[in-house]
Design a binder for this molecule. Structure first.
Ligand code: NDP
Length: 289
């Protein structure tokens, strides 16, 4: 049964999308938000408004939070006292892994269990195909509430360590944000010669589409700690990294990103890894100078 009652705190774009998903499914849902007016439309659609945080917590065992960061959780729940006792708090807010571990201890001291979540979908995809959420924390609580949590997206449970969901979330956004910056930098490079972004687009798309084949081998080599470099060694790739810095300088565009990449190769080569495969950069990234 996935129609358990829920309390939902935090009605930003993400929280609103999640509450609507539960309303559509028929879950009784109690909502609270610091700015009360943000609940108005949801109440009109069937959500129950809690007048206070304590009322919100009293309504159900399962409490979902979707807030800007973990500080917002302390600001909201700090005065809740015994109302937290016996609650399963699923915090879907972004923050550092260490902050999520501290939050687990803070809630445990108040008799509540924390499940951390990292939402891998924009608000408009919540509850739809392709949306998924990383979770970590106590497995028993996770399995109890899995059917309810699956409604907002596929639930990928990573383990008991509360930091894991946040680590995976940040790791995914690390790839995402860095790749988007790389795309924009590459586009600035071609645009410097008067070429439109549209003209370069199919090549960039092809690059993104084939990128995953490179990391399959890299992941195995990283885990084995062995970097055979027959096809693309660090010295060859480093020379290319050098050329990208040169091309960017000639074009008069930002140098920070290619300079950072070049620095990885420079350090790998200085450490004697020039004839190893490019994935050996992992060793220099893992342990900065
Ligand atoms: P918002 O930052 O817009 O959500 C803000 C919510 O947090 C509001 O309900 C706001 O209340 C509340 N809030 C913030 N600070 C406080 C505080 N000090 N005390 C009380 N309430 C506070 O974010 P989103 O809804 O977009 O996202 C929520 C979480 O989901 C974030 O951690 C975000 O990183 C994550 N996420 C968002 C995605 C998206 O596409 N939007 C995608 C994936 C993850 P009030 O209304 O009163 O300001």
């Amino acid at each position: 049964d996935n129609r358990h009652p829920i309390t939902f705190i935090g009605l930003g774009p993400m929280g609103q999308a999640m509450v609507r998903t539960y309303l559509r499914n028929g879950n009784p849902i109690t909502v609270w938000n610091r700015t009360a007016s943000r609940a108005d439309a949801l109440v009109a659609e069937g959500a129950i408004r809690a007048a206070t945080v304590r009322d919100a917590l009293a309504a159900t065992e399962l409490v979902l939070l979707s807030l800007t960061d973990y500080q917002a959780m302390y600001d909201i729940l700090g005065d809740a006292g015994e109302a937290l006792s016996g609650r399963v708090v699923v915090n879907l807010s972004s923050d550092t892994p260490q902050r999520t571990r501290e939050a687990a201890d803070w809630l445990a001291a108040r008799g509540a269990v924390l499940i951390t979540g990292g939402v891998m979908a924009p608000a408009e995809l919540v509850g739809k195909d392709g949306a998924y959420v990383f979770y970590s924390g106590p497995q028993e609580a996770m399995e109890t509430h899995r059917p309810t949590l699956e409604l907002i997206g596929r639930a990928d449970y990573l383990g008991e360590d509360h930091a894991l969901a946040q680590l995976f979330y940040q790791a995914q956004l690390d790839i995402f944000l860095t790749s988007l910056s790389a795309y924009m930098h590459a586009t600035a490079l071609v645009k410097s010669a008067g070429v439109s972004a549209q003209k370069f687009l199919p090549y960039a798309v092809d690059n993104f589409d084939t990128m995953s084949s490179f990391i399959v081998d890299a992941a195995r080599e990283i885990d084995e700690g062995d970097y055979p470099g027959e096809l693309a060694n660090a010295r060859m790739m480093g020379a290319t990294a050098d050329h990208i810095v040169g091309a960017s300088g000639d074009a008069g565009i930002d140098l920070a990103l290619p300079a950072a990449v070049k620095e990885h190769y420079d350090r790998a080569i200085a450490a004697g890894r020039g004839t190893q495969g490019w994935p050996s950069l992992f060793e220099t990234i893992r342990k900065p100078a």
